[in-house]
Design a protein around this ligand. Structure first.
Ligand code: PGA
Length: 225
């Protein structure tokens, strides 16, 4: 079911509430975190709540293959919007890396659940989750991927020119994401409504990566226009 919220502020505070409960109620929390425009308000809200992040371990969903100090790298994004503004331990902030099997081992290596406790996702206009582009195997694990033309076009707004958009990324796989205990999908904007409906109510198919979420028994979906 898609929960429709009345404003972007409400979307941001609702997802921040879910993260806050996770952090406060569990001794250790393994979070999978997104980047992009949609979660910016949520990160702002989380920072303003001055939570204790000392027992939080984060795994970003994906990273571009690019210089990590570039202002548009996801490492820069996370430092700017969350990590540098909380008391999280830098050693507990993980990004997909090669060898990708070692990244998967890193997730499993912490005490508690084998997988992620709480995974926050966005959805791309082509139905991708993380950088699992259409056609990705439902069994996929963390790996290097080529970005689709649609994603490169969508993300060109963050760069001076479309030629500057990285063409490859490392992404958590759909299989990796599906091992999360709770998955929360956040979507903002009418331009995402069509793909969200297809993903949540249409056929479960690798052509629409987000449709795999219909097979998970603990998914919450939030939308605002
Ligand atoms: P956006 O990206 O929040 O910038 O729209 C979402 C995504 O592509 O997963």
């Amino acid at each position: 079911m898609i929960n429709v919220l009345k404003s972007y502020n409400k979307l941001s505070s609702t997802i921040a509430d879910i993260i806050e409960s996770q952090i406060k109620e569990q001794t250790i929390s393994k979070l999978a975190l997104p980047t992009g425009d949609t979660p910016l308000g949520m990160y702002e809200e989380l920072v303003s709540r001055k939570l204790d992040w000392k027992s939080v371990i984060t795994f970003n969903l994906d990273v571009y293959l690019m210089n990590i100090d570039h202002p548009q790298s996801y490492q820069s994004y996370m430092r700017k919007n969350l990590f540098d503004r909380t008391n999280i331990y830098p050693d507990y902030c993980h990004y997909p890396f090669r060898p990708t099997e070692a990244f998967e081992d890193k997730i499993k290596g912490y005490p508690g659940n084998k997988g992620i406790d709480l995974c926050i996702l966005g959805i791309g206009t082509n139905g991708h989750i993380a950088f699992n582009e259409p056609g990705s195997s439902f069994k996929s694990r963390t790996r290097v991927v080529d970005l689709s033309e649609q994603t490169i076009k969508d993300n060109s707004r963050f760069f001076d020119s479309i030629d500057d958009v990285p063409k490859q990324a490392i992404t958590m796989g759909l299989g990796t994401i599906m091992e999360s205990k709770l998955i929360v999908l956040m979507t903002n904007g009418e331009h995402k409504l069509n793909i969200l409906n297809i993903a949540m109510n249409g056929e479960v198919t690798e052509t629409v990566p987000a449709s795999i979420l219909q097979n998970h028994d603990n998914v919450e979906v939030y939308y605002c226009d």
